[in-house]
Design a protein around this ligand. Structure first.
Ligand SMILES: Cc1ncc(COP(=O)(O)O)c(C=O)c1O
Length: 360
């Protein structure tokens, strides 16, 4: 027997979610966002399943190389661009495309030899104020890129939204208007929408969409479930009970003794901790499922284990299956209990727990 902590990846759910994406935006091309190890699901594994996507978006050259080495021939776009001229010079031979978001990158494209010319996605800062050119300089930069030796064909125009998942629509309206007016006279395809915008803002769909979170079956909205949106969670975090003990009223549980037993009661220990990617800040009361029954986390999760209140669970035994999140228990709910977002929990999964694929 090996330690039972495992991350179960449902490949059928992943394929289902790509279909769902295409139902939300039937006329658009899909750049599947698989950066950060495909949001913790495993880069190569996810890229191999998403052959129905038109391109992949990654954060850096290292991620792109991993996908090429896995035999994937789809277009790949570097979302943060290249970080040096040496990197830029490698892009053509790997058949990579790049986002350009700042002036140094423009100069490097101008210095690149035409044999190494690549396709460029020009990023415009329409209001998020993270990456991208100021709307006032879009025309000039676009002209420079069009004339640069290193720029192949038509430039794709791109922006990113800060608040597509929020109720307040003002910021989205503003970003859409700023992008539209900054690019009004420019030819080329448009690429704007992340998951929330794909679902909620058809006006933002343009020619290319960039789904990330929704591909993994997670809702980008705080108040709408993945199920309501027609998405199926791809990741399930699971383990087993490795100990059950009778605690007495007043016993303090775990590091810091933050949870005190209100009565004599059964408590369980689960082989799962922050060393596996479970959030250390999950509060007492965070749900999990043991043998199909809801149970609550008690005390602070430690590196390899966490403790659980078994008062509501009938007939529990050592070896019983525990689901920490998954189809039956949305990760969105766990993220709320840990005062974080599902993105962070998913990305934290590159740790120790074993990965198991199902429905391949
Ligand atoms: C530039 C860019 N596009 C698209 C996405 C995908 O966003 P989401 O996961 O919310 O769909 C991200 C993710 O952070 C991103 O940085």
């Amino acid at each position: 027997m090996t330690r039972p902590a495992r991350v179960v990846i449902d490949l059928q759910a992943l394929r289902h979610n790509l279909h769902a994406v295409k139902r939300y935006a039937p006329a658009q091309k899909v750049m599947a966002i698989i950066k950060a190890d495909a949001y913790g699901h495993g880069l190569e594994r996810i890229a191999h399943q998403l052959t129905g996507a038109d391109a992949f978006g990654v954060a850096c050259l290292e991620e792109a190389i991993r996908i090429r080495e896995a035999g994937i021939t789809h277009p790949i776009i570097l979302l943060e661009g290249f970080f040096s001229f040496e990197e830029l010079e490698q892009l053509k031979s790997l058949n990579l495309q790049t986002v350009i978001h700042q002036h140094d990158q423009v100069s490097m494209i101008e210095h690149l030899s035409s044999e190494k010319a690549i396709k460029i996605w020009m990023k415009i800062d329409s209001g998020m104020h993270r990456l991208g050119f100021d709307p006032s300089e879009v025309q000039t930069i676009h002209q420079r890129l069009r004339g640069a030796k290193g720029c192949l064909n038509e430039i794709i125009l791109m922006t990113h939204f800060a608040s597509a998942q929020e109720h307040d629509q003002t910021s989205m309206e503003e970003q859409l208007n700023i992008f539209a007016s900054a690019t009004a006279d420019l030819e080329g395809e448009r690429c704007l929408a992340n998951s929330a915008a794909i679902i909620e803002w058809s006006r933002s769909h343009g020619d290319w969409i960039r789904p990330g979170l929704m591909l993994y079956g997670v809702s980008p909205f705080p108040d709408r479930s993945a199920e309501d949106l027609g998405l199926h969670p791809v990741m399930s975090l699971q383990s087993e009970l490795i100990s059950i003990r009778q605690a007495r009223k007043g016993d303090k549980v775990g590091y810091g003794g933050t949870w005190v037993c209100p009565e004599d009661m059964l408590i369980g220990v689960v082989a799962m901790g922050y060393g596996d990617g479970y959030p250390r800040h999950a509060r007492s009361g965070t749900p999990m499922i043991i043998n199909g029954q809801i149970a609550s986390l008690i005390g602070r999760p430690s590196m390899d284990m966490l403790t659980v209140d078994l008062r509501q669970c009938a007939d529990v035994r050592v070896g019983d299956k525990v689901i920490l999140w998954g189809r039956e228990l949305p990760i969105e709910e766990i993220a709320l209990c840990a005062e974080t977002i599902p993105y962070e929990l998913l990305c934290g999964m590159r740790m120790r727990a074993k990965f198991v694929e199902i429905n391949g």
